[in-house]
Design a protein around this ligand. Structure first.
Ligand SMILES: NC(=O)c1ccc[n+]([C@@H]2O[C@H](COP(=O)([O-])OP(=O)(O)OC[C@H]3O[C@@H](n4cnc5c(N)ncnc54)[C@H](OP(=O)(O)O)[C@@H]3O)[C@@H](O)[C@H]2O)c1
Length: 323
């Protein structure tokens, strides 16, 4: 390994699939930006359930060793040939192309310039690093896929989660009437971010408590997806963040509603839309916990409980001294 500190970087890596203990801090070569790419000095990087799913089972990426992380907020260190929209020193946030562009849980990350947008000046890197994957998912589900319009009724399942709490705010920003499901201790939080109605899914059958819904955002699938079809009005849309069974797809067709899975994509226009909402004060990530990069395993363990509110973020503090 080189002694030249600028040639290497700290990264969280794994050599096997398994629990949080497989995550190790290592030194790896620092990436260089290719044509149309930027190299970002990572200041903060959100965690998402797909991080612990990939850590434990590979999912879309079976290669090892693997550095996880798709969310990035940081400072442009260098730009590749042909990049015109950013220059070194710019503060940016974005999502590395999902799934193959992975690797932000490190001191530096490289990705297509147009996977990023300028970080809104009014938020710090922790806030900005919390947003990309979860906010893009909500934006692509509600706006690009379902085409939400003012006055529509939107049901957001798991509304206190990483995607859910941003979806509530994006739907409100588009003038929708928003109903969110969560356990009761999280209801004040949901009302505070703009939910018009909240349903305690542990006490109440949402399919009986609501109806005439235009758009359902469903991060849960299974039985929740099947029963969500019952609350959609004809012509409504169910966007699922997990695969849908053939049975659900068939039932949707019979009922005259649209049901579709969605996989989040790197998206320059989407990142700009998210930045606009942040600048207008319409979108803010709730950050439940912040961990230094070296404590990535603890951060995974917390996230994997599935009970967190909002987001968990890793921070990269300072630069290492030459060894
Ligand atoms: N397809 C894609 O591109 C894509 C993108 C992003 C996320 N996802 C997937 O979407 C899912 C959610 O992601 P996330 O980041 O929002 O997860 P998360 O932040 O870990 O979600 C945690 C929240 O889920 C809530 N919850 C759990 N079970 C619930 C239920 N039965 N009903 C209502 N709320 C429930 C919890 O609230 P309580 O404590 O109140 O239960 C908690 O607040 C994950 O499976 C993730 O992999 C897919």
């Amino acid at each position: 390994m080189s002694d030249d500190n600028s040639a290497t970087m700290r990264a969280i890596s794994q050599n096997a699939h398994g629990g949080p203990e497989v995550l190790q801090e290592v030194r790896v070569p620092r990436p260089a930006p290719g044509p149309s790419q930027i190299l970002v000095s990572v200041r903060a990087a959100g965690l998402n359930p797909t991080d612990w799913k990939h850590r434990s089972a590979g999912v879309f990426l079976n290669r090892l060793p693997l550095t996880l992380g798709w969310d990035v907020s940081g400072v442009v260190e260098a730009v590749g040939y042909g990049v015109t929209i950013f220059r070194p020193g710019d503060e940016v946030f974005g999502m590395l192309p999902y799934p193959h562009g992975v690797g932000s849980h490190a001191e530096f990350a490289v990705g297509p310039a147009r996977a990023f947008a300028h970080k809104p000046a009014g938020i710090d890197h922790v806030q900005a690093g919390a947003l990309p994957l979860a906010a893009l998912t909500a934006q692509q589900a509600l706006v690009d896929t379902a085409g939400i319009r003012s006055g529509q009724r939107v049901l957001v399942h798991a509304a206190a989660g990483g995607v859910g709490h941003l979806a509530v705010q994006i739907a409100k920003a588009h003038g929708a009437y928003v109903i969110g499901t969560a356990s009761s201790p999280k209801h004040d939080f949901l009302r505070g971010i703009g939910a018009d109605e909240v349903i305690d899914y542990r006490e109440t059958d949402f399919a009986e408590a609501t109806g005439d819904i235009d758009v359902v955002l469903d991060p849960l699938a299974g039985e929740v997806a099947a029963r969500s079809l019952e609350v959609l009005r004809p012509g409504g849309t169910l966007v699922s963040l997990l695969p849908l069974s053939g049975e659900v797809l068939d039932r949707a067709a019979q009922r005259g509603v649209r049901a579709t899975p969605l996989l989040v994509e790197a998206d320059h226009a989407g990142m700009n839309a998210i930045a606009d909402l942040v600048e207008k004060g319409a979108l803010k990530a709730h950050v439940e916990a912040v961990f230094p990069l070296a404590e990535a395993a603890e951060a995974h363990a917390l996230g994997e409980t599935g009970r967190t509110t909002g987001k968990i973020v890793l921070t990269v503090e300072g630069r290492e001294q030459p060894q």
